[in-house]
Design a protein. Structure first.
Length: 250
């Protein structure tokens, strides 16, 4: 499940037997990568769109796991543009049914944070660290075609922690400080992951959310976003997906 067309196309280019299926106003591609059957689709923007897509992946296509890749705004103090965050918890930062329920709590579930399966999180984080290691990005390495330094970025650091989702594009310092105050330790913010997590929890489907940091969510960065997606975020996501396919148990 990809957030950006560039990510999806990079994977489709490796699926020569892709079969396009229309369902629920979305286009799903079924095929094989590295000998494994996969279904690829754009998530759509926002929680409802992403939740609908996740539901179709599970209920209509019967996927055994759901992986979500895309970009996010960095909130953690040490989280920089070009880093990757693997979620070990997700929360809807705009869920507020108070005073009936505590802020952020999901009504009917009794929790505010949803947690992907810990063994899967560990496997994904390890795969991402190995995939984006300095050795693999160095000249002569398999990812030498990716040049984060040309955008002024450091070698990617991999973080594991809390990702917040909401139907709001966060791009102001005030919004960032509000999120940090209400969600101590939050590493990144985006618009879909926690909704996907809620669907996967409902269907008892293992899931992983992996986000490449495209900005600091406070309008302080002046990075060429399209260039970043094309030359860094999209190749990172493809490399991560391929690595996950390799380490996936039979």
């Amino acid at each position: 499940m990809a957030a950006m067309p560039q990510e999806l196309q990079a994977l489709l280019d490796l699926m020569p037997d892709e079969d396009r299926v229309q369902r629920g106003g979305r286009t799903f591609w079924r095929g094989h990568v590295q000998g494994r059957e996969v279904v690829a689709v754009l998530s759509g923007i926002g929680k409802v769109a992403a939740a609908t897509t996740a539901t179709l992946l599970i209920d209509a296509f019967g996927v055994s796991q759901l992986w979500f890749t895309g970009v996010a705004g960095g909130l953690g103090e040490d989280v920089r543009v070009g880093d990757v965050v693997v979620a070990d918890a997700l929360v809807q930062h705009d869920m507020d049914a108070s005073p009936l329920f505590p802020r952020h709590e999901l009504p009917g579930l009794g929790v505010s944070r949803l947690h992907p399966p810990a063994p899967l999180v560990a496997r994904v984080a390890d795969a991402v660290r190995e995939t984006l290691s300095p050795q693999r990005l160095a000249p002569g390495g398999p990812l030498a075609h990716i040049h984060p330094e040309t955008l002024g970025l450091r070698a990617p650091q991999v973080h594991t922690g809390l990702i917040a989702s909401g139907d709001q594009f966060v791009n102001s310092a005030d919004d960032v400080e509000t999120l940090r105050r209400h969600l101590p330790g939050v590493l990144a913010v985006e618009m879909e992951g926690a909704a996907v997590a809620q669907v996967c929890e409902a269907f008892a489907t293992p899931y992983a959310v992996v986000r490449t940091i495209s900005d600091r969510a406070d309008a302080s960065a002046h990075l060429d976003f399209e260039r970043f997606v094309r030359s860094v975020a999209s190749p990172y996501s493809l490399a991560i997906v391929m690595a996950l396919l390799r380490v996936q148990p039979d």
